[in-house]
Design a protein around this ligand. Structure first.
Ligand SMILES: Nc1ncnc2c1ncn2[C@@H]1O[C@H](COP(=O)(O)OP(=O)(O)O)[C@@H](O)[C@H]1O
Ligand SMILES: CC(C)(COP(=O)(O)O)[C@@H](O)C(=O)NCCC(=O)O
Length: 326
């Protein structure tokens, strides 16, 4: 960990507290909400291949940390409202959803982490209503991506309707009764017309996606622009070595060949029919021309903006946790 010599004493210059796996997992003993065997079984039923020891050691303490932030943020909001003398334009309203961002590369395990957190956070009596939204719903439809020459840039910041995504999260946070988001289908590889996901005043909203920690685009005419991250109360970056993530991407592609790609409506059905090596060559091509450059150019540079970084090893197990200091 970097240290500097400042005013004659050594100080830790990092904005993060760095914990190794053993230090982090020791915290689960202090979590006042252990998982019952029955609940562990239910998590397994989610269909995600996640080791139950990992749930206990890593994600249970994480759900406790988020619970602490939820409670403390509610108190801070109350104090801020008092400070503002509860005027009409007070900073927050009671019941304002707590918004969590989950960022990281394609195939690093964002969806798995976000689904697990949704289940675990909903078990805390303070915040039973947890909604999860993935940013792929805000990708431009394929027809529009083709028109703009962006079909080989799917997942890059410019392939999204960033304004609609930011407005969506702002609306949920402002306490609107019913807010809807468009829906993306990995099966057809496009936005599903006429389908919307509805969000109704949750206690917690999890927003998961590649680019959720991107800063706002520069404003024009002196106007301040906002980004979706401006509405986050807490953010998590799921991190791993790019070579490990490539292996996970290829493994997922291999698994999808035996499942979803068999569906006649699948955009990738051709890759269920060709020999495995040919299919994997194509997956490698997608990784090397789209997902890896996007990780290097756009996603990884946002890691330092997160409040918490989960660093995974080659087996998906979390090896280090870095938590932003207050
Ligand atoms: N904690 C984990 N343990 C084991 N496998 C995992 C874990 N998280 C993700 N995976 C696997 O890694 C692949 C990518 O995960 P996914 O959540 O789909 O990534 P993303 O949403 O970031 O694209 C999937 O095949 C998933 O099953
Ligand atoms: C849909 C995605 C852009 C991820 O979007 P996100 O939910 O992170 O906004 C990605 O999974 C994807 O399909 N990328 C295009 C290249 C590829 O097919 O792997």
């Amino acid at each position: 960990m970097p240290t500097t010599l400042e005013a004659g004493r050594r100080t830790d210059a990092s904005p993060f507290v760095d914990l190794d796996r053993a230090e982090w997992s020791a915290l689960h003993e202090r979590t006042p909400l252990p998982l019952t065997a029955e609940e562990l079984e239910r998590l397994r039923g989610l269909g995600d291949v996640i080791d139950l020891q990992e749930v206990q050691d890593v994600y249970l303490p994480l759900s406790r940390l988020l619970n602490l932030y939820f409670t403390a943020t509610a108190k801070l909001r109350g104090a801020l409202n008092d400070f503002l003398d509860n005027r009409e334009h007070s900073a927050t309203q009671s019941g304002t959803p707590f918004v969590i961002g989950v960022a990281g590369s394609v195939a690093v395990g964002k969806s798995t982490t976000a689904r697990l957190l949704r289940e675990m956070l909903a078990r805390w009596p303070d915040h039973p209503r947890v909604e999860l939204v993935t940013t792929d719903g805000f990708l431009l439809p394929n027809a529009e991506l083709r028109r703009r020459g962006l079909m080989a840039r799917k997942g890059f910041p410019e392939s999204y309707d960033r304004r609609a995504l930011t407005r969506f999260v702002a609306d949920v946070k402002s306490g609107k009764d019913q807010v809807t988001a468009p829906v993306y289908s990995h099966l057809v590889y496009d936005i599903v017309p006429d389908e919307r996901l509805e969000v109704r005043r949750p206690d917690i909203l999890i927003v998961e996606g590649l680019n959720v920690l991107q800063p706002a685009l520069p404003g024009q005419d002196g106007r301040t622009r906002v980004a979706v991250a401006d509405f986050f109360d807490f953010s998590i970056y799921v991190d791993a070595r790019p070579d490990d993530i490539e292996q996970w991407y290829l493994q997922r592609f291999r698994k999808l060949r035996e499942t979803a790609f068999q569906n006649p409506s699948s955009y990738f059905r051709r890759y269920a029919e060709v020999p495995e090596e040919e299919a994997l060559d194509y997956a490698r091509h997608l990784w090397r021309t789209i997902n890896r450059p996007n990780l290097v150019e756009n996603v990884a540079p946002t890691r330092g903006r997160a409040d918490l970084i989960l660093r995974k090893g080659p087996d998906h197990k979390v090896q280090r946790v870095r938590l932003r200091k207050l």
